[in-house]
Ligand binder design. Structure first.
Ligand code: PLP
Length: 392
């Protein structure tokens, strides 16, 4: 008989009842060091006191009104995002997938209103943009799309790193935009080199294309800059944000320049919940904390510490790991042993990590993880690796 919860996930046999900082606790008191952070969501750890305060203050005042009316917390968060980024305007969603939907619609509408039939969006192998009809069509992998056809047309997936294919495709007059993650998350923590992101921007400028960045997983301080593309010194036209911006409360956003958003007039898009007071009160507090040079400097310092320790871990377990890659506190352990075996051994050692494609284990800790917890995490990963090597 089908379970009452639709069985689309293979869940680990773990049930948490409490979270604090980088730690999760089961009902029997067993504690786990959380290096998954709800898949890059709990950017400030579990139960950050300032976020609890912001949420409960808002909950005591007003939960929901809809976008038929002005929402002060939404305005505050939009202003903060505009102040700290390339963007001129923001639309709030409840998830990364919904941000993808709008990014695609915005690009299509832009070209429609320009009177040009440029409906194709270039995407890349290994990418992930959510599980909606547009999201799976954009990513294009067989794993996500099989059985769900007919797929939404208008996407052309290119092999990751194939410059010739990209240059040729960008010159096609039906192409209107390029959509890419600056650091692929689900695809196995694959960072796009800075010079490639610069090259993509140049290519977009050359052909008049819109550059859409999916920073749902790599954004909001995760790589040590507020947004990952800042490392390359280039700016997108449209950007998708979610996960870390809500710190655990469902919240996403599409950020855009005035030009890219110019066709999105009243009635062209909407959302009942998007930009809800509860979500935006939390999001505004997350931005207030993360979007400071001091906070981001700490992320970079801790990222260096974690990476250095992980290099040591890899060297100590050459039969289990082959290397470390990633950016900031978005790191991937490349594995020789099956990544899921190591993740499972981690449960025994009291540490939570997240598998990704390309036989990689994702480490996406809270950006507030302490030095002590970093040391503890690596020691627990060491125990998990020793267990896998022993079981062989
Ligand atoms: N885009 C990227 C890069 C993601 O990593 C994800 C989720 O993992 C999504 C989009 C979809 O976001 P959500 O699961 O919030 O709908």
């Amino acid at each position: 008989m089908i379970p009452s919860v639709l069985p689309t996930y293979n869940r680990a046999p773990l049930t948490f009842v409490k979270g604090e900082g980088s730690w999760l606790t089961e009902a029997d008191g067993r504690r786990f060091l959380d290096l998954g952070a709800g898949i890059a969501v709990n950017s400030l750890g579990h139960a950050h006191p300032d976020l609890v305060q912001a949420l409960t203050d808002q909950a005591g005042a007003l939960w929901h009104t809809s976008n038929l009316y002005h929402i002060p917390a939404q305005q505050e968060l939009a202003d903060a995002l505009v102040e700290h980024t390339f963007a001129d305007t923001v639309f709030f969603t409840n998830s990364g997938t919904e941000a993808c939907e709008l990014a695609v619609k915005m690009a299509r509408k832009y070209w429609h209103d320009q009177g040009q039939d440029r409906t194709t969006i270039l995407t890349f192998s290994g990418s992930f943009h959510g599980r909606s009809a547009a999201g799976i069509a954009a990513a294009g992998s067989e794993k996500m799309t099989k059985g769900f056809g007919p797929l939404l047309p208008g996407f052309k997936s290119l092999p990751w790193g194939d410059h010739d294919a990209l240059t040729a495709a960008a010159a096609d007059p039906s192409v209107g935009a390029i959509l890419i993650e600056p650091v692929q998350g689900e695809g196995g923590i694959r960072p796009l080199p800075d010079q490639c992101l610069k090259g993509l921007r140049d290519l977009c400028d050359e052909h008049g294309l819109l550059l859409i960045l999916d920073e749902v997983q790599c954004g909001v301080g995760r790589t040590g800059r507020l947004f990952a593309h800042e490392w390359a010194g280039v700016e997108p036209d449209i950007m998708m944000v979610a996960k870390g911006i809500g710190g655990g409360f469902p919240l996403g956003a599409v950020l855009a320049t005035q030009k890219a958003a110019s066709a999105m007039t009243a009635g062209s898009h909407g959302s009942t919940y998007g930009g809800n007071p509860l979500a935006c009160a939390v999001g505004a507090k997350v931005m207030e904390i993360i979007a400071t040079p001091e906070f981001l400097a700490e992320v970079n310092r801790k990222a260096g510490l974690l990476r250095q320790k992980l290099e040591g871990l890899v060297a100590a377990h050459p039969d289990v790991f082959t290397g470390v890659r990633g950016s900031g506190l978005m790191l991937g352990l490349m594995c020789k042993a099956p990544n899921t075996d190591i993740v499972t051994a981690g449960y025994g050692a009291g540490i939570l990590t997240v598998p990704a494609a390309d036989n990689v284990i994702r480490l996406l800790p809270a950006l507030t993880i302490t030095d002590v917890d970093i040391a503890e995490a690596v020691s627990r990963l060491d125990a998990a690796a020793a267990q896998v090597a022993h079981d062989g």
